[in-house]
Ligand binder design. Structure first.
Ligand SMILES: Nc1ncnc2c1ncn2[C@@H]1O[C@H](COP(=O)(O)OP(=O)(O)OP(=O)(O)O)[C@@H](O)[C@H]1O
Length: 305
């Protein structure tokens, strides 16, 4: 459903992503309460909090995996509360997952081509699988790999028209470019499952970029990475924001990374927003230290406000 109250001009000025008093409840559990967020082009924001605070739930509500119990989610000014994940993806929202969800038996290149193809052709099956890819509808491995093959366009290749061949070249070039951006060109023809963990995470980001998002949601992108990989990732995330003119929201437990790259951080605890602000503000907030960072953090990083 669109927002009839917004004029086209207002829609153009609207945040790329907005959560307005969003709550979601599972039975008696309030997983997210009155959650507010605005992401504009060029923003690089963080979402932090202890385990079970509601961070992934927030991503799932924003991307259409869950429908909010109350409140509204807007993407580029469009109200998307009841939209399906693939429809929200087409409006410009892409994500990666806490637990990596690649097409494990496909090559790195084909993983990215699946997403590029969804963007290029925009056909029904492409939407379905790309939506699952980028927004989280869980698909069994077999079904998702089969879907990827359909997306790989084998049936269209039966009619090797010049148009098909030109589009195929364009898609391959785009996918190769995204692999290069993510430092994965040397893995082009390797099966995703054989890539080291840190590279699988980067491949997921390349695939998300394949759908040409305006907003990228990264769920623990540095999980499992070593110190060197994390440092490289920090540089890379900033570069992606700048080069692709994105708004980015990152969930991450690595405080060095979050505090190092995010300009604004929202802190959740038990589904409630307990703090929001610049990194220096958040890290010295007594409630945040008590709920999440701990006094040890305080001792090593300076005094609380
Ligand atoms: N589909 C669901 N059904 C019931 N409860 C759920 C569902 N999804 C999430 N929850 C609950 O909501 C709460 C928030 O979970 P969530 O995964 O969002 O936390 P998180 O902040 O992402 O934690 P972590 O840092 O461990 O990933 C938890 O208590 C979780 O068990």
């Amino acid at each position: 459903m669109s927002s009839p109250e917004l004029t086209p001009e207002q829609r153009a000025d609207a945040p790329l992503l907005k959560a307005d008093a969003v709550s979601i409840q599972f039975g008696g559990l309030k997983a997210l309460t009155d959650f507010n967020l605005s992401i504009h082009k060029g923003d690089l924001q963080g979402l932090i909090g202890p385990n079970g605070a509601g961070k992934t739930t927030a991503f799932n509500v924003l991307t259409g995996v869950y429908t909010p119990t109350s409140g509204n989610v807007f993407v580029c000014g469009e109200r998307v509360n009841k939209r399906k994940p693939h429809q929200i993806n087409r409006l410009g929202l892409a994500r990666t997952f806490q637990n990596i969800r690649l097409f494990r038996a496909l090559t790195a290149l084909d993983n990215v081509k699946v997403a590029c193809r969804a963007e290029a052709f925009g056909d029904a099956e492409a939407h379905g699988v790309a939506g699952a890819l980028t927004n989280g509808t869980p698909l069994p491995v077999f079904v998702s790999n089969l879907g990827a093959l359909v997306l790989a366009g084998w049936w269209k290749s039966l009619f090797l028209t010049p148009r098909f061949m030109a589009e195929e070249r364009r898609i391959t070039e785009r996918a190769e470019h995204l692999l290069e951006v993510m430092g994965l060109s040397h893995r082009r023809d390797e099966e995703a499952r054989n890539l080291p963990y840190g590279e699988q995470r980067r491949l997921e980001i390349a695939r998300a970029l394949g759908t040409q998002p305006k907003v990228l949601l990264l769920d623990e992108p540095a999980a499992g990475m070593n110190t060197r990989e994390k440092a490289d990732l920090m540089v890379l995330i900033r570069k992606l924001r700048d080069d692709f003119s994105l708004g980015i929201l990152v969930i991450e437990h690595d405080m060095k990374l979050v505090m190092g790259i995010c300009e604004k951080i929202t802190v959740l605890d038990h589904g409630e927003t307990i703090a929001r602000g610049a990194p220096e503000q958040v890290r010295s907030d007594r409630k945040v230290i008590e709920a999440y960072l701990g006094d040890n953090y305080l001792e090593t990083h300076g005094g609380a406000a």
